[in-house]
Design a protein around this ligand. Structure first.
Ligand code: G6P
Length: 371
């Protein structure tokens, strides 16, 4: 009903707007003396110090949060992390031991493929942790431990606020693990915590560009195909941006790692082809920014219509981008919580412009409880 939507045109619009709180609520109660402490993992210190490998399993949007988590957890905790779709993991005879931690991510906690993968992991001797948004869900109950995301109930079929909460939970888990394993120095950990706590206000800032993105989406509502490029943590966001557009607007969309461009995707570029590019921060020490700017030049030279999602003050993209959507400065690893927002808004606006039901896209279910 209209009342349940709190004045918003759809649950999705409402849930996108709730993302600052989803992140803030997921952090709340989990920082002690500027260090991350997850009380629900109390008693697991020995297990978490001893694991030699993490496998993240999930489906759909949740799997892309896992890909973002991989970058952060490996960087901070120095434990190898693999990310695998639940339905692939379970049927390939994966190598597991009691030193393997299988982390499942699920908004509903009821996705059948993920549940069966968790049961498989348990039966094969692995330890299990669930990242879940639904209190008491089956996957949470089956697992050794659960870190709840506190995004609140998500009604729209396409996941938005649960996604940013999942990424936040993975950052917290990475910092918790790093503290236990002594891989991030305390002062640095405190800086990271402060940066993470600053994210909700920055998401609110990105939400202010909703009208501008809405206009852009309306202009582009007859697009046949849209490509998304990203690098490092921008890569999973490119995948998520493409998924949102498929789910909501029924437009063919693909996300690519920008470094793969010359290995195939560049053949798709023809005059007028819209390409979203998630641009890494120019402050990133890895000089990925200049590499992505070169990619933008390459596709622009072939006629692509470039829509750049770039940090405020990044002027290097200006000469080559048709549109620039700005995000506030943030620590590079935390940027996904900001860069995903314009892509969600874009997909929602484009679907709305096409007269589609953004809360209930055709053929999809909120929770897939069959294999
Ligand atoms: C369905 C939903 C997606 C969601 C996926 C995983 O496909 O439409 O939005 O990402 O399931 O759901 P889960 O509840 O396990 O996160």
């Amino acid at each position: 009903s209209a009342a349940e939507k709190g004045g918003w045109s759809s649950f999705m619009a409402k849930e996108i707007s709730e993302q600052p709180e989803a992140v803030a609520n997921t952090i709340r109660g989990r920082v002690v003396d500027e260090q991350v402490v997850l009380p629900e993992l109390e008693g697991l210190d020995e297990v978490l110090t001893d694991i030699d490998r993490i496998i993240i399993i999930a489906c759909g949007t949740a799997s892309y949060s896992g890909l973002v988590g991989k970058y952060a957890i490996e960087k901070w905790a120095r434990v190898p992390v693999e990310v695998e779709l639940s339905h692939e993991f379970r049927y390939r005879d994966p190598v597991l031991s009691e030193r393997t931690l299988v982390v499942s991510i699920s908004q509903s906690g009821e996705t059948m493929d993920t549940l069966m993968a968790v049961k498989y992991a348990i039966a094969n001797g692995a330890r299990t942790l669930s990242i879940c948004n639904t209190q008491g869900a089956t996957i949470a109950r089956e697992s050794d431990a659960v870190v709840y995301t506190h995004a609140g109930p998500e009604v729209a079929v396409a996941s938005t606020k649960a996604f940013v909460a999942q990424i936040t939970a993975l950052y917290l888990f990475g910092l918790h693990l790093a503290r236990l394993r002594g891989t991030v120095e305390q002062g640095r950990a405190a800086e990271l915590v402060a940066e993470l706590r600053a994210v909700p206000d920055k998401i609110a800032k990105v939400l202010e560009s909703a009208d501008e993105i809405d206009q852009l989406a309306r202009w582009m509502s007859d697009s046949r195909a849209v490509l998304f490029l990203g690098r490092h943590v921008g890569y999973p966001i490119a995948l998520e941006g493409a998924l949102k557009l498929k789910e909501l607007a029924y437009i063919h969309a693909e996300g690519f790692a920008a470094g793969e461009l010359k290995h195939g995707p560049i053949a798709l570029i023809e005059p007028g082809q819209p390409v979203f590019v998630v641009v890494p921060s120019p402050r990133d020490p890895g000089s990925l920014h200049s590499k992505v700017v070169s990619n933008i030049q390459e596709i622009r030279a072939r006629g692509a219509r470039v829509l750049a999602v770039a940090e405020e003050g990044d002027v290097a993209v200006l000469p080559f981008a048709d549109e620039v959507i700005r995000i506030p400065l943030a620590a590079p690893l935390f940027e996904p919580l900001l860069t995903v927002v314009p892509l969600q808004l874009f997909a929602m606006s484009l679907a709305t412009a096409k007269g589609l039901d953004v809360d209930q896209p055709r053929n999809l279910a909120k929770s897939v409880t069959v294999e």
